[in-house]
Design a protein around this ligand. Structure first.
Ligand SMILES: [Zn+2]
Ligand SMILES: [Zn+2]
Length: 106
């Protein structure tokens, strides 16, 4: 299933596993990762980053709030208020972290 070589290193957190998922204000989602890193994703960015085929067509999604957020085993499932559903793999969310530490901007 997972084509990337992945050997768990016991005793420290998996950087791609969320420890805590929570809302940040009214417009963003925060994820605290198992290795202690914290990421914040504005809903607008999450919606625009939806990896599904329909969204890849290039139509800009309307700004919309999530209606329901569910933590699955390897991905976050977001049901949007407009009825669209996004499945965001944790590894991609982590790779998309825009904090100063991850983007190298100081
Ligand atoms: Zn989509
Ligand atoms: Zn980061």
């Amino acid at each position: 299933m997972n084509r990337k070589l992945s050997i768990p290193i016991l005793g420290q957190g998996d950087p791609n596993r969320p420890k805590d998922v929570h809302l940040v204000g009214r417009y963003a989602l925060g994820i605290d990762w198992s290795d202690g890193h914290g990421s914040i994703y504005p809903f607008e960015h999450l919606r625009a980053a939806c990896p599904c085929g329909a969204c890849a067509e290039g139509v800009a999604p309307p700004p919309v709030q999530p209606r329901e957020i569910q933590r699955l085993d390897g991905a976050l499932r977001i049901m949007w208020a407009d009825g669209h559903e996004s499945l965001m793999p944790y590894a991609e969310l982590r790779a998309g972290c825009r904090c100063a530490g991850c983007t190298g901007v100081h």
